[in-house]
Ligand binder design. Structure first.
Ligand SMILES: Nc1ncnc2c1ncn2[C@@H]1O[C@H](COP(=O)(O)OP(=O)(O)O)[C@@H](O)[C@H]1O
Ligand SMILES: O=C(O)C1=C[C@@H](OP(=O)(O)O)[C@@H](O)[C@H](O)C1
Ligand SMILES: [Mg+2]
Length: 174
């Protein structure tokens, strides 16, 4: 399989730039948050309330491992990296790209963690602590990191597409 999975903090642009990347490469596009919603017929916030943090992480991990596709850009939710099995599965289907942002930029975009429906494995309540907990996980699973520091929406989109095209040229089997 030749998929491209995007990981990163909430608000890093996985959904937005996943779509433009898929269009640029003529790949399919899948947003795993949408797959969860369609599977459970409920909004994410409702699922987080109902199942709790650990329950949601388990549920998300199962949904991620049920995705069977080829030549697709797969935009995950920010919490996907809490499921090692799911990340190993996604890595086995192609490459994993971490969309990296500075904390201060994300802070302007994310707002309140609870009302946005962000789950923290260790129970942290601030974006700073979440960033500290998550960054090592995103780095651990990434085959490639794209740094969006200082980029506008258009520049992010272009940088991601160019980086992936160069990577695929160098690694034609991916
Ligand atoms: N570089 C950027 N500059 C300005 N706004 C951005 C940038 N990247 C993303 N955004 C905006 O941030 C919001 C969150 O992006 P989204 O794709 O939903 O992120 P994710 O799926 O990673 O949570 C969107 O409204 C998007 O337009
Ligand atoms: O980081 C998180 O804990 C989450 C991020 C969300 O997706 P985005 O990263 O696309 O915002 C969504 O999966 C859910 O609300 C949990
Ligand atoms: Mg998203």
């Amino acid at each position: 399989m030749h998929n491209i999975t995007l990981i990163g903090m909430p608000g890093s642009g996985k959904t937005t730039f996943g779509k433009t990347l898929a269009a640029g490469l003529s790949y399919h596009f899948i947003d795993t948050d949408d797959v969860i919603i369609q599977t459970y017929h409920k909004p994410l916030m409702e699922l987080i309330d109902e199942y709790g943090t650990e329950g949601f992480i388990t549920l998300e991990g199962k949904v991620l491992q049920s995705i069977y596709t080829n030549q697709a850009v797969i935009s995950t939710g920010g919490s996907a990296v809490y499921s090692d099995d799911a990340m190993q599965y996604l890595k086995s289907t192609g490459i994993v790209i971490y969309l990296h942002h500075q904390l201060d930029v994300l802070a302007q975009r994310v707002g309140n963690l609870v009302t946005r429906g962000v789950v923290c494995h260790s129970g942290c309540t601030t974006l700073e602590d979440l960033y500290e907990e998550r960054c090592p996980l995103y780095e651990k699973y990434a085959d490639l990191t794209v740094d969006f520091t200082g980029c506008s929406v258009e520049q992010c989109s272009e940088k991601l597409l160019k980086t992936v095209q160069a990577y695929l040229k160098e690694h034609p089997n991916c």
